[in-house]
Design a protein around this ligand. Structure first.
Ligand code: ADP
Length: 701
């Protein structure tokens, strides 16, 4: 089996590394993009070779965690050592790069000694069709990844007339109109959900229910609507502790890359950003973990492959972005120093002290694993940190999921032709001095650029390859493609949301509904059991680790109460594909769930609908539109739970109301009037399933 050197889409000649440090054995040719001046730059590329081309199985830590520990890094770098150019370690058969076959992982080291039939089939397998005209800067990494995988692929344009297997968008699901099949790399509505204000709302909602679990997000106020609330909270804080000097960070809602961000110590110092534009103001974390006396944050890549059932992967490699001025705790004198307080690459690259380097463990942008290695050397427990980061990811997605389910069902109603979706997310994590991960934000479109631009003279910008970006992003995209197998997974594999909506408990074990969980049952190669083994081998050295359901599915299933509420909302929406519930739908919900008890009347239900809907529609930045959105429905649901039950926690009340609804809808009759502690009931969805038995097939049952 031979390994093709990665083909760069850039044209300029390669120069060897001046210091002759080529330790992965792979040299990549680089030049600038077409519109930019050509620059030949010497690079050392660590580990850009596909992991799947090695037989090395990565070790797991003692704790059973696939963490970015030094062992994982070491194994990864060994794994990336390419085999000799023309032969494999096992034999001398040249690698067949012409056949698109993501399952045929060379990682297994299995020789392709299949029968004639299998070879013939592979030869006629159609090209993977990819639409990347909307991919912008992501197109390059996608092309390189497809080439390095050795898949047969072809670029196509348009959508309606030329349906294709994979749509790669740069911004949102809607980048291409009329997509009815294949796979799209975005979920409808996810972009809006991760905006700072919206994400803060969702996490706040979960904080109300699970205060101990959702303590990884700094206290946040929405501006301008919560400005007075913010002033009052700061005043009461200072009354309690007159010596406290809290610092706050103001961020525009739709801003990114550090744009428009500033620090304040006094609410009255708020500029126009918070009072005119939508923004958030947040507690500033004054004691971040420092490395070389410098503040840094982590960009953690997360892959969402399915929302029903939920399936989440985390990338074991990520990025650490360093400030370019040594850190000092915030004071009035240094508040304005963005290079000291903000870790954004887009800001710090403008600093004179920004260090661009070919090395992945030095400079202002490093790999996450090299940063973890440095932290470990300083005595920090990086295994525990990595576990905590994964928990933050799972909890954040759990908070977003109910809205995502509603949006998905509205945009891609079940039983209509529609594509399946997946999405790569970028989680920005700050680590505190005592090694606690803090979520700063979630990026729906993390940058997939492989180069960086440098102004060499006023107005003259050169593009240079960035080894750190290449190392991480190519590996991420290749393993994502390997996992998803676009073109191999048919329309029938998209999440069947409607089915799950009617059954509160969702299957948490791999099912055939989920592309990523499939074993080799759709493989027409005659591999027999070998195919499955190859799949396992691929998983072992993939940079993607499944964290839901495999790792955390059991211990965090109790956080998923709100998904049941989303299921109820979807069920009573009335018109399929609608985003908002009408008054009739809300009445129907109350009647079928038998909520008019304990002094709640149908007239009261109508008034509640009008009140809450009107308020939400006035608050809505998009303007007034008819009907009750999911956020308003949640508020109504919480209000009903509070009115029906007294004396227990909000979580217990909401859980009890969910169960009442589910029982009444399943025809099992009324539920006890008082809730019991949440943990004993909704901790595991299976328990609800056992209680309620079979769910009716339709609303009318
Ligand atoms: P943007 O989307 O503009 O990048 P972020 O929320 O990521 O906005 O904030 C930009 C930077 O500001 C972060 O990378 C981090 O360095 C710093 N930062 C943001 N929020 C906080 C906070 N609450 N405490 C300390 N630093 C913060």
């Amino acid at each position: 089996m031979s390994v093709n050197p990665p083909q760069s889409r850039r044209n300029s000649a390669i120069k060897l590394d001046p210091i002759g440090k080529v330790d992965s054995g792979f040299q990549r040719t680089f030049s600038s993009g077409q519109s930019k001046p050509d620059v030949a730059v010497a690079v050392t590329v660590h580990g850009v070779a596909p992991l799947g081309r090695s037989n090395t199985v990565l070790p797991r830590s003692n704790a059973g965690i696939n963490d970015p520990s030094p062992e994982w890094v070491a194994a990864k770098h060994n794994a990336t050592l390419p085999p000799p150019l023309e032969t494999t370690e096992q034999g001398s058969e040249p690698m067949d790069t012409s056949a698109y076959n993501p399952r045929q992982s060379p990682a297994s080291g299995k020789k392709k000694t299949k029968g004639r039939r299998a070879r013939t089939r592979r030869a006629v397998r159609p090209f993977l069709t990819v639409q990347m005209s909307r991919a912008k800067s992501g197109a390059e990494v996608l092309r390189i990844s497809l080439e390095e995988l050795g898949w047969r692929w072809r670029e196509v344009c348009g959508a309606r007339k030329n349906p294709c297997d994979l749509y790669w968008h740069s911004a949102s699901f809607y980048d291409t109109d009329g997509v009815y099949s294949g796979m799209v790399n975005k979920y409808p509505g996810l972009l809006e959900l991760v905006r700072k204000a919206q994400l803060s709302k969702l996490l706040h909602q979960m904080q109300q229910l699970f205060p101990d679990e959702y303590n990884f997000y700094p206290r946040t106020w929405l501006l301008p609507e919560q400005y007075h609330h913010f002033c009052a909270d700061v005043a009461s804080l200072q009354q309690q502790n007159p010596r406290a000097k809290p610092v706050f960070i103001v961020k525009p809602d739709e801003g990114s890359q550090g744009d428009g961000i500033y620090l304040i110590t006094n609410p009255h110092h708020m500029g126009t950003v918070g009072l005119v534009r939508r923004a958030v103001v947040q507690e500033y974390i004054p004691k971040p973990l420092l490395l070389e006396r410098t503040k840094f944050d982590l960009r953690v890549y997360v892959l969402l492959t399915s929302i029903s059932p939920l399936r989440i992967y985390i990338c074991r490699e990520g990025m650490a972005r360093f400030c370019t001025v040594k850190y000092q705790p915030p004071t009035n004198r240094n508040l304005h120093q963005v290079f000291m307080h903000l870790t954004n690459y887009s800001l710090n690259k403008k600093s004179e002290t920004f260090i661009h380097t070919d090395s992945t463990d030095r400079g202002s942008k490093r790999t996450m694993t090299s940063t973890f290695t440095a932290l470990l050397a300083r005595g920090h427990n990086t295994i525990a940190l990595w576990e905590d980061i994964q928990a933050v990811v799972v909890k954040t997605i759990t908070a977003m999921l109910p809205d995502l389910l509603v949006e998905f069902e509205a945009e891609l109603p079940a039983r209509k032709p529609s594509p399946s979706c997946f999405q790569i997310l970028g989680f920005d994590i700050l680590v505190t001095e005592d090694l606690k991960p803090i979520l700063l934000e979630v990026n729906a479109n993390p940058s997939l650029r492989l180069d960086y631009e440098k102004e060499v003279a006023p107005g003259v910008v050169e593009s240079h390859p960035s080894p750190v970006d290449e190392e991480i992003k190519i590996m991420l995209i290749k393993d994502t493609l390997r996992l998803l197998k676009p073109g191999r997974v048919g329309r029938e594999t998209r999440p069947r949301l409607a089915k799950h909506d009617k059954r509160a408990p969702r299957p948490e074990t791999p099912t055939s509904d989920n592309p990523a969980s499939e074993e080799d049952n759709d493989d027409d190669d005659e591999d027999g059991g070998g195919g499955a083994k190859e799949e396992e081998g691929e998983r072992d050295d993939s940079c993607l680790e499944e964290i839901w359901p495999r790792k955390f599915g059991e211990c965090y299933s109790h956080l998923r109460v709100m998904e049941h509420v989303a299921g109820l909302f979807n069920r009573f929406l009335g018109v399929k594909g609608a985003h908002r519930m009408g008054a009739t739908g809300f009445r129907m919900f109350s009647r079928k769930c038998k909520l008019c008890t304990n002094g709640i009347t149908m007239a009261g239900i109508d008034i509640m609908y009008i009140d809450i809907t009107r308020r939400w529609n006035l608050d809505n930045a998009e303007g007034v539109s008819a009907g009750m959105c999911f956020g308003a429905f949640l508020e109504a649901f919480f209000a009903l739970a509070q009115r029906k039950f007294r004396g227990s926690s909000l979580l217990d009340k909401v859980s009890a109301l969910v169960e009442i609804c589910q029982c009444n809808l399943s025809g099992l009759g009324a539920w006890p009037a008082q809730p019991r502690p949440h943990q004993r009931r909704l901790r595991r969805p299976e328990m609800v399933k056992r209680r309620v038995g079979r769910w009716p097939a339709t609303d009318e049952d």
